[in-house]
Design a protein around this ligand. Structure first.
Ligand SMILES: Cc1cc2nc3c(=O)[nH]c(=O)nc-3n(C[C@H](O)[C@H](O)[C@H](O)COP(=O)(O)OP(=O)(O)OC[C@H]3O[C@@H](n4cnc5c(N)ncnc54)[C@H](O)[C@@H]3O)c2cc1C
Length: 408
C-alpha cells in the first residue's frame, strides 16, 4: 500500500491493544500506520502466561477490574466480550485449554497470538514501522501531526497504545501518560500491580526460612470504600526469600495501599472455608485431644508452617488440653487473621501490570476518545483499568481496541 498524504489513524505502540486495533480498523478500510520504538514487537505477549499467553478469561466482566470508575469498562467488555476473542482464536485454529476457572492458555505458544495479530494487520493492509521514536504529537486545526525520527506524518486520529510501566527492559515507557499530561488530561498515579510484596527483615524473620513453601490461603487487601476498594482472594500463596508471592498475593497487591496491612487466613484452604471454623473443628475433635498443638495443626497445613506458628506462640510440643483459653484464642487469631504491613512491592521489573493511568473521566468509554481532544484516543493498559490475574488484562486490551477501531 502506498503512503497516504494523511492517515486515518496512527497508532503508537504495537503491542496487544495497538496491533489488534490496527488490524480491525484496517479491515474496515481505514489507512492505519503503527509506530513502535521496540526492535521486536509483541514481547509482553511472548512472555505472558509463562510463554503460553493467558489470552482471555471466559468469565471476564467488570467485577474483575480495578478502576476509579468501576463502570467504565462495561461498555467495551459488552461490545467485545471474551467469547468474541475466543471465536477469533478458534478461527485461526489455535489450540487452547482452560487452566483454572475461565483462564484460557494456548496449548503451544504465545507466539500463536502474536502471529494472529500480525495476520489481522496484514488483512487490513496496516503499515507497521519499528524501531522508530516519536518525538512530538501536535494538534492542528484539521488534523494531527506526528513527528518521528523517520519523518513526520499527518493523521486524522492518534491512538496511544503504549501500555503500562512494567518491565522497562522490553520497551515499557510512560509515553501515553506523559502525552496525556501534556494535553491536560488527568493521570491516576501509576503503581506496580500483580506484583510480589516485600517486608522488612523484622516483620519477615520467621517466614524467611520457609521460602519455597506454597499453600492455599484467603487474603484480604485494600480499604473498603476508598480508592480501588478492598478485595478478598482464595488462592495459593508462595513464600520466597524476598517476601510473599503466588496468585493470592499478586491479586492482593493490586488492592494494597502503601502503609496499610494485609490480612491472611492461613487455614482457609483457599476455598473460601473460614479458617476459624476449621480451627474450632480440629481442636475440638476427640481424636486430637491427646496430640500436641503443632501435630494437630500439621494435619491441615504444611508441617513447617504449623511448627513456626506454634513455636511463635510458645506452644510447640504442648498438648492442646494443657493450653489456656487466652493462648488458644491468640493462636487462632494469628492463624486466621494474620495482619502484616508489607514494606513495599518488588516494583516495575516484577510487576505484570500497572494500576492507575490515564483517567477514565477524560475518556468516552464507547470509543476511548478523549472528551476534550477530538481524534486523540487511549487504549489498553495505559488507561486506568487494571484486570485481575487470569487473562483479564489481555481482554481489556482486545475490548478497548475494538471499540476504538469501530469508532474511527
Ligand atoms: C510477565 C508478564 C506476564 C503477563 N501475563 C499475562 C497473561 O498471561 N494474561 C494477561 O491477560 N495479561 C498478562 N500480562 C499483562 C499484559 O501483557 C498487558 O496487560 C498487555 O500486554 C497490555 O497491552 P497493551 O497493548 O496496552 O501494552 P503492551 O502489550 O505492553 O504494548 C505496548 C507497546 O508500546 C510500545 N511502546 C512503549 N513505549 C513506546 C514509545 N515511547 N514509543 C513507541 N512505542 C512504545 C512497546 O514497545 C509495546 O510494543 C502480563 C504481563 C507481564 C509483564
Amino acid at each position: 500500500m502506498s503512503t497516504p498524504a494523511i492517515w486515518d489513524a496512527i497508532i503508537i505502540g504495537g503491542g496487544a491493544a495497538g496491533l489488534f486495533c490496527a488490524g480491525l480498523a484496517g479491515q474496515r478500510g481505514k489507512k492505519i500506520l503503527v509506530l513502535d520504538h521496540a526492535e521486536v514487537l509483541g514481547e509482553k505477549i511472548r512472555i505472558s502466561g509463562g510463554g503460553r499467553c493467558n489470552f482471555t478469561n471466559s468469565d471476564s466482566s467488570s467485577q474483575q477490574f480495578l478502576s476509579l470508575n468501576p463502570h467504565f469498562m462495561k461498555s467495551a467488555l459488552a461490545r467485545y466480550p471474551a467469547s468474541a476473542f475466543i471465536d477469533l482464536v478458534r478461527a485461526y485454529g489455535i489450540g487452547f485449554h482452560e487452566k483454572q476457572a475461565g483462564q484460557l492458555f494456548c496449548n503451544d505458544s504465545a507466539k500463536q497470538i502474536i502471529d494472529l495479530l500480525f495476520q489481522e494487520c496484514t488483512k487490513g493492509q496496516v503499515q507497521i514501522r519499528h524501531p522508530v521514536s516519536v518525538s512530538t504529537i501536535e494538534s492542528k486545526s484539521s488534523h494531527w501531526e506526528v513527528m518521528t525520527t523517520q519523518g513526520n506524518h499527518k493523521t486524522h486520529a492518534v491512538i496511544l497504545a503504549t501500555g503500562g510501566l512494567p518491565v522497562p527492559a522490553i520497551g515499557a515507557s510512560s509515553f501515553a501518560l506523559d502525552l496525556a499530561r501534556q494535553f491536560n488530561i488527568d493521570v491516576v498515579t501509576p503503581r506496580a500491580a500483580l506484583v510480589p510484596l516485600s517486608f522488612t527483615a523484622k516483620a519477615f524473620s520467621q517466614l524467611d526460612s520457609l521460602a519455597g513453601l506454597s499453600l492455599p490461603v484467603t487474603i484480604r487487601s485494600g480499604i473498603k470504600g476508598q480508592q480501588y476498594g478492598a478485595c478478598l482472594f482464595h488462592e495459593d500463596l508462595l513464600l520466597t526469600h524476598k517476601g510473599i508471592s503466588g496468585p493470592a498475593v499478586l491479586q492482593a497487591s493490586s488492592y494494597w495501599e502503601e502503609g496499610e496491612p494485609i490480612e491472611i487466613d492461613w487455614l482457609s484452604n483457599g476455598a473460601g472455608v473460614h479458617g476459624a471454623k476449621l480451627f474450632d473443628e480440629i481442636f475440638s475433635a476427640n481424636a486430637n485431644r491427646l496430640k500436641t498443638t503443632d501435630n494437630i495443626l500439621a494435619s491441615v497445613m504444611p508441617q513447617r508452617l504449623a511448627k513456626m506458628f506454634t513455636e511463635q506462640a510458645g506452644l510447640l510440643s504442648k498438648k492442646w488440653t494443657e493450653v489456656g483459653k487466652i493462648e488458644q484464642q491468640a493462636l487462632k487469631a494469628s492463624l486466621t487473621e494474620w495482619r502484616v504491613k508489607p514494606a513495599g512491592t518488588l516494583g516495575w521489573n516484577k510487576a505484570e501490570v500497572m494500576r492507575g493511568g490515564v483517567s477514565t473521566d477524560a475518556l468516552n468509554g464507547q470509543t476511548m476518545m478523549s472528551r476534550n481532544h477530538a481524534g486523540l484516543y487511549f487504549i489498553g493498559e495505559c488507561v486506568d483499568v487494571t484486570g485481575h490475574l487470569g487473562g483479564h488484562n489481555f481482554q481489556w486490551a482486545w475490548s478497548s481496541a475494538y471499540v476504538c477501531a469501530h469508532s474511527l
